[in-house]
Design a protein around this ligand. Structure first.
Ligand code: GTP
Length: 350
């Protein structure tokens, strides 16, 4: 089974270092990894990505062209890239036979995955072809502050429920600080409450307490793992956590399918036994894109239109030029047309 891991987390938590560590750890077990960098603003990566968003999009150009600040440009670059996610998925599918694990590095702008559509589209598109696990990396030394701890957990929780994919919280940098406190705070509210007492009377401490109580269910179910991406400590446990989560993927999918089916049943009523039509992965992805247009905007679609014939998802080690038979192209154009119409009506209604 080829697994896909999406590595997410706040800036500086150690995502890129973990991608490199995971690749070398798996390579020592004769497992083949395929690395995708989706951080358009990173200047250097300590691994050789097989696919790199920087080959498709120049983040500085995005910043200048759309007059954006650094964060806006990263978000827009991901939106632009999401319009080509089908190409990336096709590329990954073509490598499935040779590859054991796809590892996707993402930017520290975690809002891409908490509220932007492009994060959902990217995750959902990959998950439509491979069992997919989210690795939420935490900078543990920073999370020793109770407020930072809770805010990290809120992000992790919202990503897990938004994506409906199995998630492992990776407590990173254990070479710098013991991660035991995190395990205690997750399993016993009183110990967290004691830590909060130092901030007694502060408005934010009351809020953090309430949030921690509200999050108890998430704390109970979430998988955790302590590692050091620098020293490699804990990597065996992480790998077994990833495999367990990948096996849970089917359960997550089943729930999602069931809720989709029950929604469909309430609308179509008498069509429950009719066979589900076969769809190509490209169609499935575009169906998803069509359902998530709130911030894949006109600019992104213009970019797609301008470049789709001349360019393709960038890749340093792959020849990934995009070509498709005319019939498929027609289908694709029709889907694109629908998508653009939907974008226009969304904008018109704002
Ligand atoms: N001591 C220690 N340092 C680490 C560990 N993991 C990462 N770092 C350091 O933390 C810093 C940030 O690491 P990155 O891997 O670039 O973090 P990132 O999450 O990819 O950062 P962004 O790309 O900004 O989102 C670097 O200086 C790393 O060397 C770890 O396990 N232990």
């Amino acid at each position: 089974m080829t697994i896909a891991c999406l590595v997410l987390g706040m800036a500086g938590s150690g995502k890129t270092t973990l991608v490199q560590r995971l690749a070398s750890h798996l390579s020592s077990k004769d497992e083949c990894t395929y690395l995708v960098n989706l951080d358009p603003a990173v200047t250097q990566v300590p691994y050789e990505p097989n696919v790199d968003i920087r080959d498709t999009l120049n983040y500085k150009d995005v910043q200048v062209e759309f007059q954006l600040g650094p964060n806006g440009a990263i978000l827009t670059a991901l939106n632009l890239f999401a319009t080509r996610i089908d190409q990336l998925v096709e590329l990954l599918e073509s490598r499935e036979e040779q590859v054991d694990t796809f590892v996707v590095d993402t930017p520290g702008q975690v809002e891409v995955f908490t509220w932007s559509s492009s994060g959902s589209i990217i995750a959902e598109s990959i998950a439509s072809s491979f069992p997919t696990v989210l690795l939420y990396v935490v900078d543990t030394p920073r999370a020793t502050k109770p407020l930072t701890f809770v805010s990290n957990m809120i992000y992790a929780c919202s990503i897990m429920y938004r994506m409906q994919l199995p998630l492992v919280v990776v407590w990173n940098k254990k070479d710098l600080v013991s991660t035991e406190f995190a395990q205690r705070w997750l399993s016993d509210f009183d110990t967290f409450d004691e830590a909060m007492q130092q901030l007694e009377g502060d408005y934010s401490s009351n809020l953090a307490r309430s949030m921690a109580l509200a999050m108890e269910e998430f704390y109970r179910v979430v998988s955790c793992c302590s590692i050091s991406a620098v020293t490699g400590e804990g990597m065996d446990e992480l790998w077994s956590g990833i495999q367990t989560a990948a096996n849970e993927f089917a359960t997550f999918r089943k729930h999602k399918k069931q809720s989709a089916t029950s929604e469909e049943t309430t609308t179509t009523n008498d069509k429950t036994d009719s066979p589900v039509p076969e769809t190509t992965s490209r169609q499935r992805i575009w169906n998803k894109v069509q359902g998530s247009t709130e911030d894949i905007d006109h600019t992104s679609m213009e970019f797609y239109n301008q470049t789709r014939n001349s360019n393709s998802v960038g890749s340093r080690t792959e020849n990934s030029s995009f070509s498709c038979p005319d019939k498929e192209k027609e289908e694709y154009e029709a889907l694109l047309q629908q998508f653009q119409t939907k974008c226009s009506s969304n904008f018109a209604s704002e």
